[in-house]
Design a protein around this ligand. Structure first.
Ligand code: AMP
Ligand code: ZN
Length: 459
């Protein structure tokens, strides 16, 4: 079964089977957030999609046989600017943003290192931070300089793009087109307009580290080198899957490939390159720079994380998604129906009908269609579980809904007891009045055949 997973590879522009390089372990890397500001709902898309892939790999190969590294970028111009603006240290800003990020994504059912790592075993998930890998970055840069793929100029180290004959293979951009694009405002110390920064001098007040390449002044890394360094340290010179949003193909991933391959003399950095499409608002990419964004936190204030996750997975990961209220409402109704049908059942074996479409390049719309067909509660739980859904019991979900609604459960129980007394006394007017009070609190009561009364919070 495991060998049947096929994924669309941006490198070959075709679906290809995953054939792990190391037979005992699948290694996967995804470019993670830059922690200067709250994540928007578009940023949540790659996190959900690649979490689904991680879960699927764990299901197929075993929890011990998958290593997933998702980095955190904590050195960046935007980080420096934001910390200065708020008069806090860079570490305070990045730690605070990262803690908020973890709270948010946990609610989306995204696995975190603490959820999957077992003491004494090799880590299943790693969240490396760029600033903890400066030594690996300078080592890579020194190797590139020694190999003639990078040069020092005016206290910068630049990657020498023409030194790599097949530069551009991932994005398939013609070299002359890239040159024309890069020619605007070329720094005078670049030999070719395509050359990109591996290391640069720090401005006063910016974080800085001892420089590679024999440069005498302290500096800081460029953006692309951090992922080459973290992937190398945690996954090795070559690994199985590299993932990220479609906007990262060029220049970020192209430059990661150039750095890593030229450093180690390997034919590929990763065998399979996966890219998710954009989440859009009215036909435009949601992004901070366009100002058309909704933060994940804002969405999670109105909707349970599981609803957001399902709304996201209703569209195939490579297609654009139009983010709409209707999509969330439909996902919410679907989950209500599934929880009702699954009750508190324990999951059974994973149904093949749901697994098969997932093995075909993570076809989540088809997989969800199959989940809809599952009538038996144990299969429904297991089928939805493959997508990281229906993770709670029906009762736990009802309790969570009560907690999230702010309804005072003790007050509700007291009113229900009073209503029961009123009904015993056949005081129907009082019983109706109490039911009205419960409705006003946002609660629906249901009198069961066995004489008990249950209640739910209205959505
Ligand atoms: P950034 O914080 O912009 O570096 O983005 C972090 C991750 O989110 C990257 O993998 C991006 O490709 C991805 N991303 C950013 N905006 C969107 C969007 N509107 N839809 C889907 N993915 C996005
Ligand atoms: Zn990256």
């Amino acid at each position: 079964m495991a060998s049947l997973l096929r994924l669309y590879n941006t490198l070959s522009r075709a679906k290809e089977p995953l054939r792990p390089i190391d037979s005992g372990r699948v290694r996967m890397y995804a470019c993670g957030p830059t922690v200067y500001d709250a994540a928007h709902i578009g940023n949540a898309r790659p996190l959900i999609v690649f979490d689904l892939l991680f879960r699927l790999l764990r299901h197929l190969y075993g929890a011990d046989a998958v290593t997933y590294a998702r980095n955190v970028t904590d050195v960046d111009d935007k980080i420096n600017a934001r910390a200065a603006e708020r008069s806090i240290t860079i570490r305070e800003l990045t730690d605070g943003t990262l803690a908020q990020f973890h709270d948010d994504i946990r609610r989306l059912g995204i696995l975190l290192p603490d959820d999957v790592n077992v003491p004494g075993r090799p880590p299943a998930m790693i969240e490396p931070r760029a600033t903890d890998h400066i030594v690996e970055m300078t080592a890579l840069i020194d190797r590139l300089v020694a190999a003639g793929h990078a040069y020092v100029a005016e206290d910068h180290v630049l990657f020498d793009v023409p030194s790599m004959p097949d530069y551009g293979a991932l994005s398939r951009r013609p070299l002359d087109e890239m040159e024309a694009g890069a020619r605007v405002d070329v720094a005078p110390y670049k030999r070719s307009p395509l050359d990109f920064v591996l290391w640069k001098p720090s401005k006063p007040g910016e974080p800085s580290w001892p420089s590679p390449g024999g440069i005498g002044v302290a500096g800081r890394p460029g953006w692309h080198i951090e992922c080459s360094a973290m992937a190398w340290k945690h996954l090795g010179e070559t690994f199985d899957i590299h993932a990220g949003g479609i906007d990262l193909v060029f220049p970020h991933h192209e430059n990661e490939v150039a750095q890593t391959r030229c450093c180690f003399g390997t034919p590929v950095m990763a065998n399979l390159w996966l890219h998710n499409g954009f989440l859009q608002v009215e036909g435009e990419k949601m992004s901070k720079s366009l100002g058309n964004f909704v933060t994940l936190r804002e969405v999670l204030a109105d909707w349970p994380g599981e609803v957001v996750r399902l709304a996201m997975l209703r569209t195939h990961y490579r297609q654009p998604i139009d983010w709409t209220l209707r999509g969330l409402e439909e996902a919410s109704r679907t989950l209500d129906r599934w929880y009702e049908a699954a009750g508190d059942a324990e999951p059974g074996p994973a149904p093949d009908s749901v697994l098969e479409p997932l093995l075909d390049d993570l076809n989540t719309p088809a997989a969800l269609g199959e989940v809809h067909r599952l009538a038996d509660p144990a299969s429904l739980k297991a089928g939805a579980g493959l997508l990281g859904l229906l993770g709670q019991t029906k009762s736990a979900r009802a309790q969570a809904a009560v907690a999230a609604s702010g309804v005072d459960a003790a007050e509700v129980e007291r009113l229900i007891a009073e209503r029961k007394d009123a009904r015993t006394r056949k005081d129907w007017a009082e019983s109706d009045r109490i039911r009205g009070a419960l409705t006003a609190l946002g609660v629906t009561v249901k009198d069961n055949k066995d004489g008990t009364t249950s209640w739910t919070v209205n959505p």
